[in-house]
Structures are given as structure tokens and as C-alpha cells.
Design a protein around this ligand. Sequence first.
Ligand code: NIG
Ligand code: FE
Length: 438
Amino acid sequence: MTAGAEAECVDLLVVGAAEVLTCGGTDAGPARGPAQADVGAVRDGAVAIHGGQIVEVGARARLERAYGRHARRIVDARGGVVLPGFVDAHTHLVFAGDRAAEWEARMAGVPYLELLARGGGIRSTVRATRAASLETLLLHARRWLSRAVEHGTTTLEAKSGYGLERATELRLLRVIEALRTEVPIELVSTFLGAHVVPDEHRERRDGYLELLEELHVEIARTGLAEYVDVFCEQEAFTVDEAERLLRHAAGLGFGLKLHAEQFTASGAAALGARLGAVSIDHLEHASEASCRALGAAARPPVAVLLPGVAFHLGEERHAPGRALVDAGVPVAIATDFNPGSSFTPSIPACIALGARTLGLSVAECIVAATRNAAHAVGRGADRGSLVRGRRADVLVCDVPDHRWLGYSFGWNPVRTVIAGGRVVRDRASAGDTRPAPG
Ligand code: NIG
Ligand code: FE
């Protein structure tokens, strides 16, 4: 089909948007520096979709002329904002139990790493998860995944990491695999066996590293995960251990991710860059000097920032979002959905938090949760922007302009979710999105 051709048949035409945000940019890579703020807004725009892909984005009048009479379905955005589906590039989707009591202790002043050192934190979720069947885990993950989709997530990365033993880690990856066949969105799976060293290996850490290497081999053979991640932190894994595990995983063909410098400036971010990780995540304690060093690389990894964590844990220190963007590091925003450090499946909530705590504009946060987040899971060529030929993952939000996605918070602005060209969620509009005349 030729862009702009007269009266062509399309599956779906989205019209009536105050703004369509293409988040497209001018080159194929992630947005860096000033490009991070370029949402590619088309005023009074429309989107034509066919065969699961974007056919054209442009002025409403022109697209209505070209496709209006032959569109199988028309979605009226009613003065809202249309943008690419969100890519949640960092979640711990599959687990059992909850940590409400620990969260209350944290709010009363007990540090996160102290809860972990006392045998709580990740370790308490591991105990609950080991005891849960595949069916229980599936039911629970399905429920949270559905909430994520309601909030506009159309691609979601999900990590294992609450098993820390062969059988349970594989069970978690199988839950992700099973969900993949039932949901309309795409799941990207990551093996995070290196979340913490489990109690039974505490006296012999090396034995656990060896087990993880064996699991890398098994998971590479079965194709149960695409990425390998390591939590590099006090109480978890050292920089040297992370390097050993990531090099081993890279040798087997895995893409690499790294939980880096969440509580300690350890040098893990530089390690991730040196090993060619697709993303380095967290970075709350990364120094401005290390941001500049990351930005100097020809192709730095995507920095996946998780503003829900500082909010959820009541931490005062936030990731240096402004310094990263100014240094030329592509920044993504994700939820880090998990029961301990960020219990939200909502990307809109994280955009609102990011715009308040990371030193980024709303436009930069939107590009972070779409185009750059797609690159953070190796899907940048295929989604994350509304560009001809990309997968048609499209949202309609009940807000009058894109700044409202950060400005207004605490409710779900996503009305319609289109994934792979199909409308998968469509709730009644709350009405006219224009502000009341003042
Ligand atoms: O990304 N930092 C390590 N992992 C998670 C927390 C997991 C948990 O507390 O259960 C995170 O914040
Ligand atoms: Fe995490």
C-alpha cells in the first residue's frame, strides 16, 4: 500500500486527536540528547492502520480523504492524545505473596537493604514463590498483566528471579511463556537467577554462580529467556560476579541487562556499558561523572529509570535523569513492577513521577516510555513510535495535550488500547477532554 494513496481500504482509522505523538525521531536508534524531547506532535492528526501495522500518520483531513470511506473501523479520539503503546522495559511480573507488612516497616524507617539482610525483602518473596504452583503464579501474573494493559502497556519485559533454584526459576519462565500465548501484547522474558544468593548457598557463593551458569546453558537451549540480568548491589552480587555471569551469558547469545547502582555507586553502570548491555537499569546512585562517561560512548546502553522505586520506598535520592539526557545517554522509564520496591503496573503513574523527580519534561518522559523503552528491550526497529511499517500499538488518552500525561496524576488516562492493530481495551470516554473555560 502506498502512503497517501486515494481511497484505500484500511482496518482502522484513528481520528479526532488533538495531538498524535509519533515519537518517531529522524534516525533508527534511541532518542539521545535534545531528541529525547521530540514527541513528534501532529496537531489534529489521524493514524491509519492495516494488517497490524501503521500505514500512515498525518493531518486528519488528508487521511480521512484517503481512507475514511473504506476504513473497516473508525476510532474517534474525541479531542484526546494518541501515542504509541507503552513499553514497560523492566518488571518482576511473576511472584507469589505480598510484602505489605515490610512496606509498612520501610515507611516507619527500616532501610530496604536491612530488610533484605534480615532475611526479608526479596528472600521473603522467594519463600512464597517456591511454595506456589505454576497455576497460582499464572493466575496472579495474568491479573497484574491485565492491569498493565489497561494502563497502556503493549509490550512488557518480565523477569524471573524469585525462585533462585532450578525448578522454581524455570517455573517462572514457563509462566511468562504460557502468558505469551494468551495475551494480545508481547512479552520479553529475562532470566534474573542472579537476584540474590539464596540462603542454602550463602556459605558457598561459588556453588550458586556455577548453578546459574548451568541454567544459562539450559535456558539458552530451550529458548525460555532472551535476556540475562544481574542485581549488582550489596547483599546481592559484586561487580566481579556480575561480570563473570554476564560474560558467560553473552557467550551463549543472551542479550544483557543489569540492575546497576540502585543503592551504591559501584561502577556497575560502566561495566554494563563495557559489556554491551542493551540496558542498565536503576542508576539512582550513579554520579554525574559516570553519566558523562556513559554518554561519551558511540552507542551507550539505554538507561532504564524507575521512578516508582524512590516513591514506593520513600528514598530521597532519585536517578540523575537530567544529567543522563544532557550527557547523551538515551533514557527510558519503566515501572519495575514488583512486590517489594515498586508495586505499580502503571506507566502513566511512572511518567507523572518521572516528570516530578527525574528532572525531565513530560515530553522526555513520554519518549522514555515508548521509543527508548522499545530499544531497551531490543524492539526499537519494530515498535515504540508511530511510523509507517511499525507494529500498530496505539493508545488513545483522555487528556487534551501531552503535558497532561505528567501534569495530571493518580487516575488512568488511557481510554483505548490498540495492540498489533486490534482494539484490545476500550472503555467509555470520560467525555470532552478540553479543560473547563477559565
Ligand atoms: O528492581 N533491585 C532488585 N530487584 C527489584 C526489587 C525486588 C524486590 O524487592 O522484590 C528492583 O527494585
Ligand atoms: Fe528490578
